[in-house]
Design a protein around this ligand. Structure first.
Ligand code: NAP
Length: 259
């Protein structure tokens, strides 16, 4: 992967993983378009990265949880005369609690942001990347993608979608110059659990683990459809495939279903 002089679009760049993806890409010489709702945080990061690395950084304040967000973002990119070389589909959030008690509007926003916008943006940029025979699309899944999670039923299902979808698109593009990758972090030290109103079942890994696993996979000579961050998470996710589904669901429930 070449980064210098390329333009990367990072969604969810106002907090957590998105901020560090942007910092790493700027360090590698990529120009950036930062997207999220929190305009002040985006502007501050844009200033920091331009000053530190001399790259061009634009901030686009946009709510990506409506079905038309992808179209809106593409028209903003057109106005900026930006060709997307790298797309990091990172914006996302989780809801928690018993599904029957969850807020229906919030659940719809969660599915739209985590699934629909991610698919739409992937589809919006992929044809031009294939034409240029270069580019990268990184879709952030989760270890929650690897089993149903009572207590975070919708969130885990959105991430299972992201993993399956991204892996399939990898299968369609693997012989091209375009890298398509799903990244599955385990519990990581960001604002995620505060927003979700959930408690992680164990410790939180540093954000740097996610960033280095992502770039290691992107820079590897051989492309992979997906990467699970952390050896223990990888082992657990693989193991769950060989365990009886009732047991897997029971273990997940004991970790995330609190009432
Ligand atoms: N942290 C973990 O334990 C963990 C584990 C596995 C996967 N993940 C995934 O990692 C990704 C990044 O999350 P994070 O952990 O960095 O959490 P975070 O610190 O809460 O960051 C989430 C980012 O998404 C943006 N976002 C949320 N709703 C949005 C909306 N409607 N429109 C536009 N942007 C929106 C937020 O910006 P604004 O609020 O400014 O809009 C923020 O920049 C998510 O897809 C998450 O599911 C996280």
């Amino acid at each position: 992967m070449k980064y210098s002089g390329k333009t990367a679009v990072v969604t969810g760049a106002s907090s957590g993983l998105g901020v560090e993806y942007a910092r790493e890409l700027a360090k590698r010489g990529a120009n950036l378009v930062l997207v999220a709702r929190s305009k002040d945080a985006l502007d501050e990061l844009a200033k920091e990265l331009t000053k530190a690395h001399g790259v061009v950084v634009n901030a686009v304040a946009l709510d990506l949880s409506s079905p038309t967000s992808g179209t809106k973002l593409m028209s903003e990119l057109k106005k900026l005369k930006v060709e997307t070389d790298i797309l990091i589909n990172n914006a996302g959030f989780g809801t928690s609690g018993r599904f029957a008690k969850e807020d229906r509007e919030l659940v719809k926003d969660e599915i739209t942001l985590n699934v629909l916008t991610l698919v739409d943006l992937t589809q919006a940029v992929l044809p031009a990347m294939l034409k240029r025979d270069s580019g990268a699309i990184v879709n952030i899944a989760s270890t929650a993608a690897y089993q149903p999670v009572p207590g975070m039923a919708v969130y885990a299902a959105t991430k299972a979608f992201v993993l399956s979808f991204t892996s399939a698109v990898w299968g369609e593009t693997k012989n091209t110059g375009v890298r398509v990758l799903a990244v599955s972090p385990g519990a990581t030290a960001t604002n995620f659990f505060n927003v979700a109103g959930a408690k992680p079942s164990g410790g939180l890994a540093p954000i740097s683990d996610v960033i280095s696993a992502t770039f290691k996979a992107l820079d590897a000579a051989k492309s992979s459809p997906s990467v699970i961050v952390g050896g223990r998470n990888g082992a657990m996710s693989t193991l769950s495939k060989f365990m009886p589904v009732k047991l897997v669901i029971g273990v997940a429930a004991s970790m995330f279903l609190k009432d």
